[in-house]
Ligand binder design. Structure first.
Ligand SMILES: C[S@@+](CC[C@H](N)C(=O)[O-])C[C@H]1O[C@@H](n2cnc3c(N)ncnc32)[C@H](O)[C@@H]1O
Length: 207
């Protein structure tokens, strides 16, 4: 995936190298794992025994991390348009499919009963801020729709968004569906990136 040119390329490369090396050492396929690790440390979204849905799961770092927390009594379902080529524990099932146009297998996997819905989905970036933000928002709205339909009462949601013009409206939608809503930028997220994580804790009942 192509990302925007960092303002300070040297510093950004050092940052990327640090987390990439660490991920390799910790046996995760992507440095994105440290974003979820920080989110989990702060917000406790996943517990042992939980059923977790991971949208945009390739190459599998979040899925592997979530599966480790949920443990054998829990389960993680990962979905991505890309194939995931990673040895994952037995409590994980991964489907290749498009969240925006679910086929029958993806639709069947999106059954109610998840305790946490995670979305690190990101569009292929164009370099045009507003276009990328609009596409990211479309993915976020799809993830929120799935979370509203399939989370257990009290369940939790985290969603990556590239901030753009309609970001505040999205945050309001999350606030309306959860008891608590927060925004979070992990240390391991590149400073120059416009990505931010919208957290919803405690799915509320809707009339
Ligand atoms: C930043 S990566 C996710 C990294 C992942 N969380 C990890 O830790 O390994 C974003 C992913 O979103 C996926 N994605 C983008 N649009 C999607 C869609 N419509 N349906 C499913 N996945 C999508 C991409 O294929 C890409 O793998």
């Amino acid at each position: 995936m192509r990302s925007r040119r960092p303002k300070n390329k040297r510093a950004s490369n050092q940052w990327a190298d640090h987390y990439t090396r660490r991920a390799r050492k910790d046996k995760f396929p992507a440095r994105s794992v440290y974003k979820l690790q920080e989110i989990q440390k702060r917000f406790h979204l996943i517990r042992r025994g939980d059923r977790v849905l991971d949208l945009g799961c390739a190459p599998g770092a979040w899925t592997k991390f979530a599966a480790g927390i949920a443990g054998p009594a829990g389960a993680v379902v990962g979905i991505d348009i890309k194939k995931v080529d990673l040895d994952l524990p037995g409590n994980v099932s991964v489907l290749q499919g498009d969240v925006l146009a679910p086929d029958a297998a993806v639709a069947a996997a999106l059954a109610p009963g998840f305790r946490a819905v995670l979305s690190d989905m990101a569009p292929a970036t164009t370099g045009h801020r507003d276009v990328d933000a609009a596409r990211s928002l479309t993915l976020g709205e799809a993830a929120l729709g799935i979370a509203r339909a399939h989370l257990l009462p009290g369940g939790h949601f985290v969603c990556k968004i590239f901030q753009g013009p309609d970001f505040e409206a999205f945050v309001r939608q999350v606030r309306n569906a959860f008891s608590t809503q927060r925004l979070y930028k992990p240390q391991s997220s590149r400073k120059a990136s416009r990505e931010i994580f919208v957290i919803g804790k405690g799915r509320t009942q809707e009339a």
